[in-house]
Design a protein around this ligand. Structure first.
Ligand code: UDP
Length: 312
């Protein structure tokens, strides 16, 4: 099998590259390194089945030879990143998805779209099931990401219905693990770098908002199963274990008993979703998938990774 992965030098993308290489595939990684980084793929560059193309998928891409799968993961994905790059975010969700779908159609390949729990916006239904249409502010600061991904889902379904492309849509909930950027602005790298440096943990608002965190290898396993299932509607992949941001801060402080870190409260960003938790019934029944790594284990592994990065 020959698998093209856009965003393959990013956090999730690089773990996907590893998984497909481990399955024996040839992997073509396409990334413009806007938020991805060469260090995420440096350990696979010498693998003869791995090829890296530095390219912005918002521009058309020709790939020589056969392609069996196209996985479209290119996009800034942390709120701080897409606030800093709103137009590239809108372009990669729209033009980039169009180009990636065009490649899949030309090669008669399967196509998998990385969508997001952000399509549910600040949800009025809890937990979120795939048949919930969402509550999104199109003109708010998160609109550039949310609406780009909603457009991406729409064009993916159009290619499926009109052109008969075998498409898959995964709605990814909060994911964490090694290779997240220390300064990507997301809550977990922020809290971990703060606790390791003895700085106060910056809790936004009162920290009553919730998230549900999935360890990256569990996510990758769900994606791998979905790609090989015959199902074109969206599937949530995430860990339903829900926690408030304040509780998360306390859990992370407790992991480093010698830390001097305390908690400081900062303003809650506009349109910050109040509650988020996936209903994973569809993934369980359709894919036989369940997360296997609980938060205690996943946080420990991730803290070890961030410790090595902070000390470097
Ligand atoms: N958050 C926080 N402190 C930080 C960064 C984020 O309290 O230093 C909060 C943020 O307001 C949100 C949650 O943590 O409620 C998760 O934010 P993140 O940026 O990780 O991603 P999101 O789930 O909002 O896309």
């Amino acid at each position: 099998m020959r698998t093209v992965i856009t965003g393959g030098a990013g956090f999730v993308g690089s773990h996907l590259c590893e998984r497909f290489l481990a399955e024996g595939d040839e992997v073509v990684c396409v990334d413009n390194l806007l938020t991805g980084h060469r260090r995420n793929i440096v350990h696979v560059l010498s693998n003869p089945r791995f090829h890296f193309i530095e390219h912005n998928i918002s521009e058309p891409l020709q790939v020589d030879g056969p392609v069996d799968n196209v996985l479209h993961f290119a996009s800034p994905a942390s709120p701080a990143d897409y606030l800093a790059h709103p137009i590239p975010t809108l372009k990669v969700g729209s033009l980039g998805t169009h180009n990636a779908l065009g490649l899949a159609k030309a090669k008669e390949a399967r196509f998998l779209l990385a969508s997001t729990s952000e399509v549910y916006g600040d949800p009025e239904v809890h937990p979120q099931r795939e048949d919930y249409w969402g509550h999104v502010n199109p003109i708010g600061p998160r609109g550039c990401y949310d609406e780009a991904k909603r457009f991406a889902e729409a064009i993916t379904m159009a290619y499926h219905r009109y052109h008969g492309v075998r498409t898959r849509i995964v709605r990814i909930f909060n994911t964490y693990g090694p290779r997240m950027r220390l300064n990507d602005g997301r809550v977990l790298p922020a809290f971990m770098s703060q606790v390791l440096r003895g700085e106060p943990l910056t809790v936004f608002g009162q920290g009553e908002q919730t998230r549900s965190f999935c360890y990256v290898t569990d996510l990758v396993d769900g994606i791998y199963r979905l790609l090989h299932a015959d199902f074109s509607e969206p599937v949530n992949i995430g860990n339903p274990s829900e926690i408030t941001v304040l509780e998360l801060a306390k859990e992370i402080i407790a992991m480093v008993p010698e830390t001097k870190s305390t908690i400081v409260y900062k303003d809650l960003p506009q349109d910050d979703p109040k509650r988020r938790r996936p209903d994973i019934t569809r993934a369980q029944t359709l894919l036989g998938w369940n997360p296997t790594i609980d938060r205690a284990e996943g946080l420990q592994r991730t803290l070890e990774y961030f410790r090595s990065v902070v000390e470097r």
